[in-house]
Write a protein of this length. Structure first.
Length: 188
């Protein structure tokens, strides 16, 4: 029920308790069908960003995270601080060289997509996805972005439109936007 004050209608809204959210147990999460998306972290410096990507990847049930180059790996208290346990649910693997990983994934028919501002990039809203394909999205370093050699080796490059004075978004924010967009387009 709502409340009417003058000509304004107010909805009754109550925050849900954690017990009402029907969250999966770790074993249920691991058994759940994942969306055909992998996240590749290419030389991410911030432990908080890494943890945030784990948490977002859990929320959107992605297949796996690859941690590459200087990207730190769990267990790590600063990653855990923002991951809130997602390092226990989301599959992950450390691979030293991002470019080597890309070539391996492409041989497995995974479509590799760098998220970067680049010539001939496709705007996120225009990028078409199909649940018949598997995708790997590459997120780049907080200062330098995705390595040029990785962008060059990718199958596609996606850019998120921005309209303000800043030229980039935080990597954890970018990952959330891209994963949500892929989830919606995959209709899972």
């Amino acid at each position: 029920m709502g409340l009417i004050l003058g000509s304004i209608y107010f909805l009754d809204m109550r925050k849900l308790k954690n017990s009402e959210l029907n969250r999966l147990e770790v074993s249920e999460f691991k058994a759940t069908k994942k969306i055909p998306v992998i996240v590749i972290l290419d030389n991410i410096r911030s432990l908080n960003n890494i943890g945030s990507v784990f948490r977002t990847s859990d929320a959107f049930i992605i297949e796996k995270i690859y941690l590459c180059g200087i990207t730190a790996t769990p267990p790590n208290k600063d990653i855990h601080k923002t991951a809130l346990g997602a390092t226990e649910t989301v599959a992950w693997e450390y691979v030293e060289d991002t470019l080597t990983l890309l070539k391996k994934l492409q041989k497995e028919n995974t479509i590799v997509v760098s998220i970067e501002q680049a010539e001939n990039a496709t705007m996120l809203q225009d990028f078409k996805v199909s649940n018949k394909n598997r995708y790997a999205i590459v997120m780049g370093n907080e200062v330098k972005g995705v390595q040029q050699e990785v962008v060059s080796a990718s199958d596609h490059c996606i850019e998120i439109p921005q309209f303000g004075t800043k030229h980039s978004l935080n990597i954890s924010v970018t990952t959330g936007i891209v994963l949500w967009d892929f989830l919606k387009k995959l209709k899972l």
